[in-house]
Design a protein around this ligand. Structure first.
Ligand SMILES: NC(=O)c1ccc[n+]([C@@H]2O[C@H](COP(=O)([O-])OP(=O)(O)OC[C@H]3O[C@@H](n4cnc5c(N)ncnc54)[C@H](OP(=O)(O)O)[C@@H]3O)[C@@H](O)[C@H]2O)c1
Length: 302
């Protein structure tokens, strides 16, 4: 009896393994979505990775909608990419204002009549240990990095559901899978964003809408201060992050991880051997490291 159960389990396991191996090869390598004329809303487009997304989507023939607070930077970018973009719209937006988010969606719909891709990229950091961060900073960070992407997705979904197609691209972070000391609030907000993405992906199965999560590692933008630059071994290029995201999105990937095999190994250790990761953090958390993280604040310090 025990031997026959073991045999059935072995056969079942082999069938599941073979099926999942085969599905990787039978899956179409290109998504049916082309970027020609696709309407893409990008939050946090005024700088850094968001600006790189705007340029990369525009180069591929998409119609891009640029959203961020700094209207002058958005206008500069609009003028720069309108020379090669299919069409471009700049809508000054504070993602923490519900009125602004509604205006962003309404103006996009009035202008283009559809929304194909939403890139929830706007984000901020306030590094340092929890007790060194004000309650205002905590609230602003969680609103910007977690509540705003949920609210904007909520506003965009009726259009995508009616179209029976769409892509929601959430820019999380490696800190959304590996909890980071001295970046506690930032890391928690990104872990929340990962949970939102995973839950939404499951909720939207069969609707034609895909949810893609992007996990950048340190990337050369205002977030990498000179102090942080001295502490980290590797800094990615924003254009490379944007290009790889679009490639992964078109290939049907649902999670795009940066930082190479070292980060993949880190994710494995965090998931299966968290005590080892605790040990790693004991050695990493030096006063210099904490000071470097403190230098990183996009939302102002009291
Ligand atoms: N750089 C990295 O090392 C790194 C690593 C992992 C993940 N990420 C993530 O990548 C995303 C982009 O960051 P980045 O590195 O490009 O940083 P960045 O250069 O500081 O750009 C942040 C962008 O977010 C926008 N933003 C911030 N608060 C906003 C608000 N309330 N309303 C509207 N827009 C707002 C900013 O525009 P305005 O100031 O004009 O509003 C800016 O365009 C973030 O979600 C970040 O967490 C970055």
């Amino acid at each position: 009896m025990f031997r026959s159960m073991a045999r059935w389990l072995a056969v079942g396991g082999a069938v599941v393994a073979a099926g999942s191996w085969l599905s990787r090869y039978l899956r179409p390598l290109q998504s049916t979505l082309t970027l020609n004329e696709a309407v893409v809303i990008i939050t946090g487009a005024s700088a850094g990775i968001g600006r790189a997304y705007a340029e990369a989507f525009a180069k591929r023939g998409a119609r891009v909608v640029l959203a961020a607070r700094r209207a002058d930077l958005l206008e500069d970018l609009r003028l720069h990419i309108e020379t090669y973009a299919s069409d471009v719209l700049a809508i000054p937006t504070d993602v923490n204002s519900e009125d602004d988010l509604r205006r962003l969606v309404d103006q996009t719909m009035q202008h283009y009549g559809r929304i194909d891709i939403l890139v929830n990229n706007a984000g901020a950091d306030a590094g340092g240990q929890l007790y060194s961060i004000s309650l205002d900073e905590i609230r602003t960070l969680v609103r910007t990095n977690l509540e705003a992407p949920m609210s904007l997705t909520h506003l965009v979904l009726p259009t995508m559901l009616a179209q029976r197609s769409g892509k929601i691209v959430n820019i999380a972070s490696i800190a959304g899978r590996i909890a980071q000391a001295a970046s506690t609030v930032y890391s928690s907000s990104k872990i929340g964003l990962m949970g939102f993405s995973d839950a939404l992906r499951r909720e939207l199965v069969g609707t034609g809408i895909d949810v893609i999560t992007v996990l950048p590692t340190w990337t050369r933008t205002a977030m990498v201060t000179p102090e942080i630059n001295k502490q980290v071994n590797f800094v990615d290029d924003p254009t490379a992050v944007a290009e790889r995201t679009i490639e992964g999105m078109l290939m049907g990937e649902s999670e795009i991880v940066f930082g190479g095999n070292i980060m993949k190994f880190g994710l494995f250790v965090e998931r299966h051997f968290p005590a080892l990761m605790d040990l790693y953090w004991r050695s990493e958390l030096t006063p210099q490291y904490i000071e470097a993280m403190r230098s990183n604040s996009q939302i102002g310090r009291n």
